[in-house]
Design a binder for this molecule. Structure first.
Ligand SMILES: CC(C)(COP(=O)(O)OP(=O)(O)OC[C@H]1O[C@@H](n2cnc3c(N)ncnc32)[C@H](O)[C@@H]1OP(=O)(O)O)[C@@H](O)C(=O)NCCC(=O)NCCS
Length: 383
């Protein structure tokens, strides 16, 4: 089977809610990373087969196939199409999977895989709420089949994350210690220039805006919990953010024909599902599945990115998979750096690949929890 290679991986800095990127049209955020890919690789965009972008809440400026709009807003050739996909928080990781599968099937040679989200402009959950006036309170409760199977419990990532903390016996303090570490690692990564190869500054916005320096366990312990008897405060949740990210995925034929240098190879890709109400546990069976399928151990990974949607998600996964936590999110995660939903998959992939290059590591694994109780896993090999 043909192999899929990654030639470049980059992103905007991640803007905090109502921060520097809040006023930027999502098409222009996406266009920014698309343009940067071709400037950096010197590849002619006319040879691209497709532009696949992840995005959620595809209403307003994110509606109408935002992948295509980003491509066109970047001034790219009209004959190259674009398609927007929704695997919830893992949408752009799924974009990489679809891109790689296109290349591996021999039906495509060059694909842009990325994602975009402006959560300041279009708040999270907007697409869930937008049809209220049309009689749909949410996407599920009007479905006979859904209610027969899952009942009428509200579907909420916050409830899922609280229930995971209870089920895996993860305390408030455990989560806050993890959150502090995320900020400390992110601050270190910024100070040491570890994101320099992946970040393409957007105007005055040159660095990730979510990191809080100098917070303490005492400060975190004083924050209000999100629900009265809950364990989670805002500090242990991923932040609301704005940003875009993109990768160039190509075939071996394209590497040769266009003289491109790969930075990584896709070693494995898969996606699994789990309980949609607990919602955020699928990284556990998905990681197990990927390791079994490849015959690898978690300790074969030199770096791991698991999305910090909530601290409890990562800590439950840690209890089950027993990885070396020094190698897990070594440069912080979404608790500190933000989680611009549709953009996070290829943001994490950029960080993972460049971390392997920085450390000389060989294999990296990425996984993310996703709405619907799903999780993608990608294993990349640094080249
Ligand atoms: C959790 C959430 C609702 C919090 O939003 P918010 O209340 O606007 O959060 P803020 O950033 O204002 O933080 C609330 C308070 O905690 C404080 N705080 C948060 N993190 C902190 C930290 N690390 N250190 C110190 N204080 C912190 C803030 O300063 C703020 O205090 P204030 O009220 O005195 O200003 C929001 O971040 C969210 O929805 N996150 C999850 C997004 C999501 O679901 N993504 C998909 C995943 S499946």
């Amino acid at each position: 089977m043909p192999e899929a290679y990654i030639v470049d991986a980059l992103r905007t800095p991640i803007g905090r809610r109502k921060g520097s990127l809040a006023g930027v049209h999502p098409a222009d955020l996406g266009a920014h990373v698309i343009k940067a890919l071709f400037e950096r690789t010197d590849l002619d965009p006319a040879v691209v087969d497709d532009c696949i972008f992840g995005c959620l809440d595809t209403i307003g400026p994110q509606a109408g196939d935002i992948a295509r709009t980003c491509w066109l807003a970047a001034g790219m050739p009209l004959h190259v199409p674009g398609v927007t996909i929704d695997r919830q928080c893992g949408s752009s990781q799924q974009a990489v999977h679809f891109a790689a599968q296109g290349v591996m099937s021999g039906t495509a040679d060059v694909i842009v895989a990325g994602g975009v989200q402006n959560m300041s402009a279009i708040p999270i959950g907007s697409a869930w709420r937008v049809a209220k006036d049309l009689g749909f309170a949410d996407p599920f409760l009007g479905s006979v089949g859904w209610v027969e199977r899952f009942g009428t419990e509200p579907v909420s990532q916050f409830t899922g994350a609280e229930n995971i903390a209870r089920k895996w016996d993860i305390s408030r303090e455990d989560m806050e210690r993890f959150a502090l570490q995320s900020h400390a690692r992110a601050a270190r990564a910024i100070d040491e220039g570890r994101f320099d190869r992946e970040i393409v500054p957007f105007g005055e916005c040159t660095t990730d805006e979510g990191v809080r320096r100098g917070s303490t366990m005492e400060k975190l312990a004083s924050l209000k919990t999100l629900v009265p008897d809950g364990r989670m405060s805002a500090a242990v949740c991923s932040q609301i953010s704005d940003g875009a990210s993109a990768l160039l995925v190509v075939s071996e034929r394209a590497l040769k024909e266009y003289g491109l240098e790969p930075i990584a190879r896709i070693h494995h890709l898969s996606c699994r599902g789990d309980d949609p109400l607990l919602m955020l546990t699928a990284p556990i069976p998905a990681t197990r599945h990927a390791l079994k399928k490849t015959g690898m151990s978690i300790h074969d990974m030199d770096a791991i990115e698991i999305n910090e949607a909530f601290a409890s998600v990562v800590l439950a996964w840690e209890k089950e998979l027993q990885p070396d936590m020094e190698k897990v999110n070594p440069n912080g995660g979404a608790i500190a750096l933000g989680h611009p939903l549709g953009a996070t998959g290829t943001k994490l992939m950029s960080t993972l690949i460049w971390e392997l290059h920085r450390t000389g590591g060989r294999y990296g694994l990425q996984t993310m929890c996703e709405g619907g109780g799903q999780a993608n896993v990608t294993i990349v090999e640094r080249l």
